[in-house]
Design a protein around this ligand. Sequence first.
Ligand SMILES: Nc1ncnc2c1ncn2[C@@H]1O[C@H](COP(=O)(O)OP(=O)(O)OP(=O)(O)O)[C@@H](O)[C@H]1O
Length: 483
Amino acid sequence: MIVGSEQEKSRAKQQEFLLGKLEPTPGQQFLQQIIDNSYDSIFVTDKYGNVLLANSGTGVFMGYTTEELIGKNVENLVKKGAYDWSPTMKAIKTRTVVSGIVRNKHGIQEMATSKPLLDEKGEIVMVITNARDKDLVEEYIAALEKERSIVHRYKTAVEYLSEVDSGNKEIVAESPQMKQIIKTSNVIAKTDSTVMLIGETGTGKEVMARHIHRNSYRSKEPFIPVNCAAIPHDLLESEFFGYVRGAFSGANPQGKPGLFEIADKGTLFLDELAELPLSMQSKLLRVLESSEIKRLGDTNIHNINVRFIAATNRDLKTMINQKQFRSDLYYRLNVIPINLPALKDRPEDILAFAHKFLEELNKKYSLKKQFSTQATQLLFNYNWPGNVRELRNVIERLVITSSSDILNFDEDSLVNRKPSLKNEQRCQQISRDYQGTLKNVIKSVEEEYINQVLAECGGRIREAAQRLGIHRTMLYRKLKDNK
Ligand SMILES: Nc1ncnc2c1ncn2[C@@H]1O[C@H](COP(=O)(O)OP(=O)(O)OP(=O)(O)O)[C@@H](O)[C@H]1O
């Protein structure tokens, strides 16, 4: 060995010590003590792969004592079958950090990393290798993956919920029917039974589902509302079950938890249940019965703990007779049926709602509007085919379009049917009724027309969508935007 600089001299001395030619100094003894007590296998070689230093963990793995290992060449150790390949030799050849799984003669595997240490000229001074039991590393990785998937699930739930109305609104229940429903719901809330909410559109089925969730032991977990009619049929399975990474082209590369998983430990609200196609109805039934789900492309089964609340405005019994709805799913979901009466059948609620909505709007727009006696009478007597949703929309329209503090209107204003006017009068009327940009005016007209058609169709979404010439998914979206 050509010894030049001071640095090289001290390195040579160190190697002599490591090869047992010199007595160890107290510092070197201290170093050996540290590495012997390390949980990992650690060893150091020179630039030829000769072992200079090793701890007891390395000895145990290779089947030698620590003393026997010193001076042995790692390539020879592989040839003798102590382990199957040498990351150290690869690190020497490539001059880079090399990691990989190594296996000893007993089949025990370790995750090893070899790092070459280079001097100022780029020459290898030594190679340091450490290794850890592969099962342990895999355990850590699995635990980390699990944590990641929980974080991902909550992230997806937060994203999902930020897109839907949080609906944390006070419930109006002045009528005896609604008071009784609230009482029953409070009892049901404490159980895990499946609830079926039945009622016309806009009667407050979602409001009631949220109320049940809020009063249940699941209230700190997610409430996930799903409008079954708003999901295109070809996406139903991936939306409900989720998928693993690489499940299909165009999918989120990380994979995605489905609605069942997002609602785990919480409540899944299946609105417009009747709109689920028969194929999805069977899959839903299976989940309800087994509490098990499998993401698309996954081989693993996950257990879920979800409370189901379903809602419909259609007559499911007739649908069963027409073979459009599975009777077994109906009986599985219809454990506790709650019928929400139409608004016209609970007149005490009409005025309570009207005042609540007026109060909210007065606050929002800093107004002080009140209903006239005649207006109150009209609201009370009208039959509200679109129920609470229609009442809310009508009041908002009347508040915004009226210039007086006393809201006075006739029945035509309620149904938003304007008496026919001559062109000139019509123009004056339009410029009085609408203000703002063309986009805003078009939106208001669209909203009014939708409400009118919906009212004329008795709140039946399918029929209204057909008359409007749009798909009911689109109508739902528009109604949601107008909320
Ligand atoms: N009891 C109630 N208290 C307060 N607000 C209510 C009540 N019932 C209904 N609403 C309001 O009426 C509107 C419609 O309610 P909701 O969406 O719950 O009806 P729905 O029956 O689920 O309608 P759809 O069948 O069309 O989905 C919402 O703006 C909601 O806040």
